[in-house]
Design a protein around this ligand. Sequence first.
Ligand code: F6R
Length: 618
Amino acid sequence: MCGIVGYIGKQKALPILLDGIKTLEYRGYDSTGVAVLNNKINAPKIYYAKSAGRINVLEEKIAHQKNGIDGFAGIAHTRWATHGEPNEVNAHPHFDCKKQIFLAHNGIIENYKELKANLIKKGHKFSSETDTEVLVHMLEDERNENPGFLLEEAALKVLKKIKGTYGLVIIDAREPEKLVAVRNFSPLVLGIGDGEYIVASDASALLKYTRQIVFLHDGEIAVLTPEKHKIFNLRSESVTREPEKIEWTEEIAKKGDFPHFMLKEIFEQPEAIENSLRGRLLSKEGLVKLGGLESVQDKLREAERIIIAACGTAYLAGRVGEYIFEEYAGIPTEVDFASEFRYRKPVFRKNDILLVISQSGETADTLAALREAKQKNILTIGIVNVVGSSIARETDAGVYQHIGPEISVASTKAFTSALSILTLFSVFLGRQRGMSLTMGRRITEELGKIPDLIKQILKSKDQIFEIAKKYESYNNFLYLGRKYNMPIAQEGALKLKEISYVHAEGYGAGEMKHGPIAMINKEFPSVVIAPSDSVYEKMISNIEEVKARRGPIIAIATEGNKEIKQIVEEVIYIPKTLEMLTPILSVVPLQLFAYFVGVLRGVDIDQPKNLAKSVTVE
Ligand code: F6R
């Protein structure tokens, strides 16, 4: 989704702003722009540049701009088009009729049409097709009607008239020592430096400058000058909030020696899972320690049903969680797309729990599902990576993933970390119920070995690359799995689609005969997840059915299985583990396969077309 950066302080704003939006590139965008306020001249003025396409196009444009772009305060934006094409005019920042107020916006203004009609009647001239532009003309209008208003007073008036979601940064040439930032259902964090402030849609853009962060809450307005900030809410009440120190290092948000963030994050999985498990496995006692759930442990003991709501890859982690919770904690579990859950009038029972899974903690549908459950007084739990994110703040309790920022649009380490945490949660719930000490020990011991087992799988990188070379020109794939690995078939297909733009379907292998088998032929390969587990024999039957129709097969199998080698074209081996833990291993070769097919087909892996990292609008 769009990215916002704002700066005010003692340094030249332009390089900081451009650097900031480059860090946010991974969120997905199609046009970009920057506006800088020169507050050190007699009549302070705002210079700006906008362009369609990538940030380097904007940089070239600025290099050729006669006036230059100079000043110590400014705002920048990467736009992911919603209203109006991704062209230069629709790119942010937007400005008022006199080009005195400039604003960048993430989110959607729902009632913009009527507001725009009103402003046009009053003589305002619009240049873009965006919903955002109304905001800046509304600010101008408030200023016209109330000449004494400060920028934040005008902003407050405007916010009371609009419906929608927004993260905003605003500068005004008439108040050159000020930057105003506003948050409502669209993330915005405030970094506090030494005599400077930097605001951004997510913390990764601030790491170079500061670790001291204030998370703005919905409905809050921050007024920043180089020396100080104040925050107030829509009721004009002043808000005091201590800054938090974030632990992420600048290096973790960089690619290092890897060609893409996706590959880096695939290789980070052993360490990411270790971090997710650190201090949480009490193997001797067959228990887990989840500090974030202690305050609600009595309620969890009484829980009679778990409902999991999430989107995309996080949803598929939830589907694995469903199998784990039912088999090991004995709790009925249902999983739904958050986007469906929020609209389908879910019927809650008293001892239900809603579990939301979200790497970013900002996914609009997941947040809405959470709010729906809260409204009905249902206990809400989160598995979230981004500390201080909306979902992390609004759930009653939760477990942080601690995997560092996930930059790649295609989620990898957040998925395997979520699976590890779901396993921890199943032991937590299971041991409150009938799970034996022996079983608790067994699961925690095996879970602790998972990082090393992933390291072994990563050694097959070259073999997987060779397989990808053989199959890169195929245009359709079927992914099959059963039980714990059914959601992994879907995840493998999802990865291939988003990273290589190749059509892929993920199916429960038992469903194959009910439709997809019609497509199988020698041009339609199947990726079959067949570890040596309780459904292995069934998977072999499915493999035979694909073979009988001359479909090429790539199998994921357990080390030592020689039989499967005789019947399929390719085998990628994964080490032996408990059946419930195989998804954490079997997904790794599928991530690498999708990555290599994407690379071989020339896809821009870290910025796949049309996708955004953090989906903060519906
Ligand atoms: C796929 C992918 C998405 C996300 C989904 C939810 O690779 O990354 O499907 O999993 O948008 O995002 P979060 O976990 O941030 O709620």
